[in-house]
Design a protein around this ligand. Structure first.
Ligand code: NAD
Ligand code: MG
Length: 401
C-alpha cells in the first residue's frame, strides 16, 4: 500500500530537512510513499534550495534571507515555481494547504510558521523543539482545536510517543530521556573551558546542525528536551529523568507503576523517527538501516554530571518555575550559542549566560509574564526582551575573559 501525502518542509536545507527528503526518495523508490511537495523553505542556503526545488517541484519556494530572492528567482526561472522571501513568506508557506508539515527550522524562528500549520489542522512532524519550549501548551492546544496532530520527531520524544500507550498514561511513573553525553562527556571542566566551535559541533553519534550540536555538547539539548517532554506528554518535571547512554541505541524509556519499563531502540538515524511521523499510526516500509546489537556488544549507562553540565538543572528549574522562564532560557541559549560559534564567548560561558539572563529577568519580575491572548505576540515579546538582556550579559562576560 502506498501512503500518499502532500507535504511542506519548513527548513528543507538543514540536517533534518535533507534527511526528510532522502527518506521520501527512498520510500518512493520502495513504492511505500507518494509525496507531493507544496512548499520548501530555507534560511540562507539558496543554492541547495534551488537544487531541491528543481527536483521536487514545489508550488512555493521561500528563502528567509531576503537578499537571496533574486538568486532564487534566477535559479527557478521558467519552472513556474512561485518564489518568496522573508519571515512572512515562511509563515505563508506554513499556511499553505499541505496535509503534512515537517517543522525543521532551528530556533525560535520556527514558532510562527509551525503555529500557522497548527491553526489549519495539519499533521505536524515536529523537530523544532524550541517552538515547544517557548509556546508548548498553546501550540498543542491550537493543533488539538483545529483537529490536527503533533508528532514528535526528536528521537527521544518519538521513542516515548511510540511506547506510551494512551490508555496507560495515568500509570506512568517516569519518563527517562537518554542522552549521549556529547563530545565532552569524559572531559574535565577545566579542559572544557578551552573548547572550540569545531570541537563542539563534532558530535560522536549524530550528524546535526551547528546549534543543536553545541546544545548537545553543553547538554542544554537535554534540558530543552525535558521541557519538550513535559509539554508533549503532560508530565511534571519530577516525572522526567535523564540517563547518559553513550551508544545512542536506546532512544528513551517509559517506566510504569507496575515496575515494567518500555524502551525504543534503533540506529542513530533521524530518518527513522521521521518515518514514524510520516506514517503514524501505520509504519512506513523503506530500506532502513538495521540495528546490529551484536556489533555494539555492550550498552552502557551513567548518571549525568550536573556540575559539569549545569544546563540540565537550569532547565529543570525553568520548567518548574513556568511562566516566561522556558522562553527566556531558550532565547538566552540561542544568543549564547551564536556568540560561541562566532568566537565571542567561551564554551562554559554559554551556561553562565543562560543562568545570568534568567537571574536578571527574575529580579526585574519578568519571568512571571502569563500568556496573553495572542500566543505568538506574547512569546515574541518575551523572546525579544530576553535576547536584549542576554546580549548584554554576553558583552559583559566577553569583556571579563
Ligand atoms: P540545521 O541548522 O541543520 O537546519 C536548520 C534549517 O532551518 C535550515 O534549513 C535553515 O536554512 C533554516 N533556518 C535557519 N534559520 C532560519 C530562519 N531564521 N528562518 C527560516 N529558516 C531558517 O538544523 P537541524 O539540525 O536540521 O535542526 C532543526 C531543528 O530540529 C532544531 O530545532 C533541532 O533542535 C531539531 N532537531 C534536530 C535533530 C538532528 O538530528 N539534526 C534531532 C532532533 C531535533
Ligand atoms: Mg533529541
Amino acid at each position: 500500500m502506498t501512503l500518499r501525502r502532500t507535504v511542506t518542509l519548513l527548513g528543507s536545507t538543514g540536517s533534518i530537512g535533507v534527511s526528510t527528503l532522502d527518506l521520501f526518495e527512498q520510500a518512493m523508490a520502495h513504492g511505500s510513499a507518494e509525496v507531493e511537495v507544496v512548499a520548501l523553505t530555507a534560511g540562507r542556503n539558496v543554492n541547495l534550495l534551488i537544487e531541491q526545488c528543481l527536483k521536487w517541484r514545489p508550488q512555493f519556494a521561500v528563502i528567509a534571507d531576503e537578499s537571496e530572492l533574486e538568486v532564487l528567482r534566477d535559479g527557478l526561472g521558467g519552472t513556474g515555481i512561485r518564489c518568496g522571501a522573508g519571515a512572512l513568506a515562511v509563515v505563508e508557506a506554513g499556511a499553505m494547504d499541505a496535509q503534512w508539515v515537517m517543522s525543521a527550522i532551528v530556533g525560535f524562528a520556527g514558532l510562527a510558521p509551525t503555529l500557522e500549520a497548527a491553526r489549519r489542522g495539519a499533521i505536524i512532524a515536529l523537530a523544532n523543539k524550541e517552538s515547544l519550549v517557548c509556546a508548548g501548551p498553546a501550540l498543542i492546544e491550537t493543533a488539538r482545536q483545529a483537529g490536527g496532530t503533533l508528532i514528535p520527531v526528536d528521537s527521544e520524544h518519538s521513542a516515548i510517543f511510540q511506547v506510551l500507550h494512551p490508555d496507560q498514561e495515568r500509570r506512568v511513573s517516569r519518563l527517562i530521556l537518554t542522552a549521549s553525553g556529547g563530545p565532552f562527556r569524559t572531559w574535565t571542566r577545566d579542559a572544557m573551558a578551552g573548547v572550540t566551535p569545531e570541537q563542539a559541533v563534532a558530535h560522536p553519534n549524530w550528524s546535526m546542525g551547528a546549534k543543536i550540536s553545541v546544545d548537545s555538547a553543553t547538554m542544554m539539548n537535554k534540558g530543552l528536551e525535558m521541557i519538550e517532554a513535559s509539554y508533549l506528554f503532560g508530565m511534571g518535571p519530577e516525572m522526567i529523568d535523564v540517563v547518559v547512554h553513550p551508544q545512542s541505541v536506546i532512544h528513551s524509556l517509559v517506566e510504569y507503576q507496575d515496575g515494567s519499563t518500555l524502551a525504543q531502540l534503533g540506529p542513530p538515524d533521524m530518518r527513522s523517527p521521521i518515518a514514524v511521523a510520516y506514517a503514524w499510526p501505520d509504519r512506513l516500509p523503506w530500506p532502513a538501516p538495521a540495528l546490529d546489537l551484536a556489533a555494539f556488544g555492550q550498552l552502557t549507562f551513567e548518571a549525568p554530571d550536573l556540575e559539569k553540565f549545569p544546563a540540565i538543572a537550569t532547565a529543570r528549574a525553568a520548567l518548574a518555575h513556568g511562566g516566561a522562564a522556558p522562553t527566556v532560557m531558550n532565547a538566552a541559549n540561542e544568543v549564547a550559542v551564536a556568540a560561541f560559534l562566532d568566537r565571542r564567548l567561551g564554551f562554559l560561558d554559554i551556561a553562565a549566560t543562560v543562568d545570568r539572563t534568567l537571574d536578571r529577568m527574575n529580579s526585574l519580575g519578568q519571568l512571571e509574564t502569563s500568556a496573553g491572548d495572542d500566543i505568538l505576540e506574547t512569546a515574541m515579546m518575551v523572546d525579544a526582551s530576553a535576547r536584549r538582556v542576554a546580549t548584554d550579559v554576553v558583552a559583559g562576560l566577553a569583556r571579563s575573559s
